[in-house]
Design a binder for this molecule. Sequence first.
Ligand SMILES: [Zn+2]
Length: 309
Amino acid sequence: MVTLSAILTPLGRHLQRQLRSELRNHRWTPVRRCSLTVCSSKYVLSQMHPIWQTPLAVPGGDRQSPIDIAVRKTQWDRKLQPLEMRYDPRTCQQIWNNGYSFIVEYDDTSDRSTLKGGPLEDQFRLCQFHFHWGESNAWGSEHSVDRHLFPAELHLVHWNADKYSLFEEAVLEDNGLGVIGVFLKLGKRHEGLQKLVDALPAVRHKDSVVEFSRFDPACLLPENTEDYWTYAGSLTTPPLTEAVTWMVMKQPIEVSHDQLAVFRSLLFTSAEEEVQRSMVNNFRVQQPLAGRTVRSSFDPFHHGEPSAV
Ligand SMILES: [Zn+2]
């Protein structure tokens, strides 16, 4: 985020006003259901967040994320075992508004909160989780299922502590990261999430940090964690490294409109900035599958819709 400040700081008052007026003029109001690629591209062209203007935002290769999961093209892999999450809520440390999302950070100096099993051969440590969401409930998730977008998506980020000694090292390497994606759909209030939602006003501005303890991330997983998709991909924020084994849960979790409204009340901007910008639409445009296979841990033709329990 140093690069982001370097870009924003030199912007003069006039330029900021111009930018604000352009954003307002180009505000895109969909008149029909979002066609994903078009929607995301239009968004990126008209309201590009500064993180996408850095040299680090140039996609590297042919296994970029996020993607659309076309269910009938996925391959059922009967050898895929259930994921094993063992999270210690006492490793939860703080919430940080990094100017693009809010990051809930965990102590990853020992094997206290771990993920293994599924497509993973090694043991991975949880270092943080965060969300991506839209300004409207019609979009916001990074991945989609048969082009269906959800209002938000949770990412639980783990790094391979068997092969690497630091997150910073793992992020650059193949098989370095394992990220669990969970879709959020609109429904009843999520009681587990509420503790986090209540803490969010303290990190409204960019660069604000608040202590946050004893939060069990397992409460944000769906009831059914046995059914998931997995594929080889990348980070969806710079440096976009192709280090990620993605595990996207089939079953979404339910959250209320009011809870999402608190996400949207956060700001991309710091308290000092004259023009404040709402933290919304913080997702990356979808990327080509480029010949990759998405495997499923379940028979895609005998398990009903993604929202089924
Ligand atoms: Zn993410």
